[in-house]
Design a binder for this molecule. Structure first.
Ligand SMILES: Cc1cc2nc3c(=O)[nH]c(=O)nc-3n(C[C@H](O)[C@H](O)[C@H](O)COP(=O)(O)OP(=O)(O)OC[C@H]3O[C@@H](n4cnc5c(N)ncnc54)[C@H](O)[C@@H]3O)c2cc1C
Length: 501
């Protein structure tokens, strides 16, 4: 397995195709270092003997020990460990660990490439090609990102009906040795610090959308690919350092006449599997949220409890109610992910058919529980910010800059007048408000909330998944029976419940 140092060294060898604020930048540009340190934590922690069980796995392809972020889930235990590893790492960096998109896309393509080959009766070798790609991904301990979200143009038009055909990434040309793709994927997290980009479709497709059913993996600096990057960093501190300084990036990925050789193509025209690929990445990613969102809940809970303490209101009953609210959402999100792992299996939910076997036998978390967990915790981000804002008062918005605390004319005065709780040092109180201002009042804090709300699919997407997959009819039959109406069935629900398991 690699070290963080090897990872960063690898990035320095990549070609320059990152555009930031009008300039071409290197992958190890100072601007990206916060992000590299965040994602680099996944290497540092994997080296620790006490983390071996959680952070590493034995590859089912090579039998070698690998970083769990490159693993294909072989059983329920793997799903549980991925959830717990994600929560543990997000706690270490106080937010998103940024490596889950690769493992989620890898697990999705692993299954879809197998099913597409099966449908093609051996005419394609997507799955074998993917296994070769995966072996290298595991052995070299690479970072992957997932480019799913297309620019999508007019939201009311399907891919093939768009005036700009590149509104969704599509196959522009089919050649003997590969395909040529064009289009643009947006909001792609950590693409500027990833070794490999996994590209998957974004939505369900019709036969006429077949050129949009395309999945492939390429290095982040591939010919024909430009990345326009936004880099999210907190205001630098000179005097009062934080314990950990996080960073993240998102890219617009522009593919123009981009040639992909067949060995890197894992779906090319099988529209029936395009939608499943989109759904499966989203499903694995929503399962990742059941690890990261509880960790963010841990951090928000700690911040809310400390804000109450700094204000010396921590024994008030309204504070207790608000802390309880944060804990309930946090642990319900975790419990949903735990159940999704425990009810996981080599199967997916197909509308009209229920759960059907899918893929070569790797484990897929249970769809209902992934979706309810992510929807609940995703929608709660604004309420959690509201609680932090409520308990803190206005101080996070207007807290003076650090140099005013260093200035001999204002420093002592500020410490004197910002002191609230008599049992906590003025310096610690000031340091806490600086931290909370980073979270609540910075561009990064705003981006975190929007990412937590829309990332992995907007809540509406989860609501569609839940209501189309949940057997509402059997609930109606049960109530009809209870009410003494015609068409009632006392057993309808218990039959259904057994089936979903
Ligand atoms: C910080 C951040 C990080 C992200 N990271 C990644 C990543 O790493 N990889 C990745 O692939 N994606 C990523 N995403 C993208 C994320 O998955 C999308 O933002 C999400 O799926 C919503 O898509 P959208 O932003 O295009 O919004 P839209 O789809 O434009 O949604 C806007 C509104 O329009 C509505 N709407 C859209 N289409 C229709 C329709 N046909 N009918 C009715 N209503 C409609 C939606 O319900 C919503 O209310 C990230 C997003 C953020 C904010």
């Amino acid at each position: 397995m690699r070290t963080k140092k090897d990872y960063i060294k690898g990035l320095t060898k990549m070609k320059r195709n990152l555009y930031f604020d009008g300039q071409l930048i290197d992958r190890d540009d100072e601007l990206q270092m916060r992000c590299l340190n965040t994602i680099g934590t996944t290497y540092d922690e994997a080296e620790k003997p006490e983390n071996q069980d959680l952070m590493t796995a034995i590859s089912h392809l090579t039998g070698e020990r690998i970083n769990r972020f490159t693993h294909v889930h072989q059983n329920k235990e793997d799903l549980h460990k991925k959830q717990d590893m994600t929560r543990m790492l997000c706690q270490k960096v106080g937010g998103c660990i940024q490596r889950c998109m690769g493992i989620d896309a890898t697990n999705a393509i692993y299954n879809v490439s197998f099913e597409a080959d099966k449908m093609n009766n051996g005419a394609t070798q997507y799955h074998e090609n993917f296994k070769k790609w995966l072996t290298r991904f595991q052995t070299e301990d690479l970072i992957g990102c997932c480019a799913q979200t297309d620019v999508k143009g007019d939201r009311m038009l399907r891919p093939a009906d768009q005036p700009n055909p590149g509104s969704y990434v599509y196959i522009k040309e089919r050649l003997k040795d590969g395909i040529v793709v064009e289009g643009c994927k947006v909001h792609i997290s950590e693409a500027s610090v990833a070794d490999e980009v996994l590209v998957v479709p974004t939505r369900a497709l019709r036969p006429e959308d077949k050129d949009y059913a395309v999945a492939f993996a390429i290095p982040g600096d591939w010919d024909g690919l430009k990345q326009v990057v936004t880099i999210h960093s907190l205001r630098e501190r000179e005097h009062y350092q934080r314990g950990f300084m996080p960073g993240s990036t998102d890219s617009y990925m522009i593919f123009e006449n981009c040639f992909i050789p067949w060995e890197r193509v894992f779906l090319a025209g099988e529209w029936q599997h395009g939608g499943v690929n989109a759904l499966l990445f989203a499903l694995f990613h929503r399962h990742s949220y059941s690890g990261c969102k509880p960790a963010i809940g841990d951090v928000i809970l700690g911040a809310a409890a400390l804000a109450a303490e700094v204000n010396n209101i921590h024994k008030e009953s309204h504070v207790r109610e608000k802390l309880a609210e944060i804990i309930m959402v946090t642990e319900l999100g975790y419990a949903a992910g735990y159940t999704a792992s425990d009810l996981g299996g080599p199967q997916v939910f197909m509308p009209g058919k229920g759960f059907v076997p899918y893929g070569p036998g790797s484990f897929i978390p249970h769809s209902i529980y992934c979706n309810v967990g992510r929807c609940l915790s995703g929608e709660s981000v604004w309420r959690e910010s509201e609680i932090l804002c409520d308990i803190s008062g206005g101080v996070t918005a207007t807290f003076p800059h650090e140099k005013d605390f260093m200035n001999s004319e204002t420093g002592d005065l500020l410490l004197k007048y910002t002191k609230r709780n008599p049992n906590m040092s003025s310096e610690d109180q000031a340091q806490f408000w600086r931290y909370l201002g980073d979270s609540l009042c910075s561009a990064t804090g705003g981006i975190r909330n929007i990412g937590a709300y829309h990332g992995g699919g907007s809540p509406i997407m989860e609501q569609i998944a839940i209501t189309t997959q949940y057997d509402i009819e059997s609930r109606k039959k049960l109530v009809k029976y209870m009410a003494g109406m015609s068409g009632g069935d006392r057993e309808a629900l218990s039959k259904n419940f057994t089936k979903t398991k």
